[in-house]
Design a protein around this ligand. Sequence first.
Ligand code: DAH
Length: 357
Amino acid sequence: MDDLRQKYLSAIAEAADEDALEAIRVAAVGKKGEVALKMRELGKMTPDERKTVGPKLNALKDEINAALAAKKAALADAALDERLRGEWLDVTLPARPRPRGTVHPVSQVTEEVAAIFADLGFSVAEGPQIETDWYNFDALNIPPHHPARQEFDTFYMHREAGDNRAPHVLRTHTSPVQIRAMEKTGAPIRVIAPGRVYRSDYDQTHTPMFHQVEGLAIDRDISMANLKWVLEEFCRAYFEVDHVELRFRASHFPFTEPSAEVDLRCSWEGGQLKVGEGDDWMEILGSGMVHPRVLKAAGVDPDRWQGFAFGMGVDRLAMLKYGIPDLRAFFDSDLRWLRHYGFGALQVPTLHGGLSG
Ligand code: DAH
């Protein structure tokens, strides 16, 4: 009886699953199992023998049944543990992966500029980056052989020999969008035109591709005074200061008359830009009253309409406001730079929410 006990208890202890356990049950305490066979032998025993062996056999049967039940429960627990381990879920993890991209400073600043000018009644106009030289130059009062064409370091598109179509260029400035916008809607008009422009130039402050934003306001009686107020308003909003001071310096652009370059009063104490105070002046844009020939080229009657235009560098605006030292890094697509200087997708600039949040 001790041998039986040993055999089945250790078999139960080693059983790997419920099937093995069932096989042991049948072999041990099933109808034709070894314990049942032993019980049948009781009949051949003397009453005294039966009295001692009978209860022992019953006790053995109970012990094996109890061991089977305990092992079955242990196997079920282990199976549940295993499943719980497999299906474990960290409910504290965010439901969506954290966004890893950032909004480029140029995009962010373009949005800021658009928000400010939208508030002043300007809508956004666009034009192609590959322009005809008519839109890029002639219509802006820069005829062929005008010295200003050389100043621009223009990229000309390749032309097959014998192709006599008008030459195309990568636009050197956003000013051709003035012409396209006026052709499209006529006067009065108030638009800004942000976008990419191209010049063959490369150093710490110049890249062959960069960004400008053009402004154009044409109506019956728009003057330089309106230009000055709009630009002051823009600088106050953009640099997020209460006071700014602008200096208009007489200059020359073929597409404006008179023309002015505009400087902003600032200080650079400790390498930190402060707008509206100090003794330095920083050039921020070119501007003027739109030349009558430009209006005419765009189909607007210069005897009835007049207005101002301006153009400024978006990348430079971004460098100034966000303290970014080297322009070339803007276009290197270095993820470390983008993560450092980039903006979150939800940092949408609005005037009421505070431009730079
Ligand atoms: N297009 C000029 C440039 O790229 C900038 C400019 C100057 C634009 C005066 C204007 C303007 O609209 O009136 O250098």
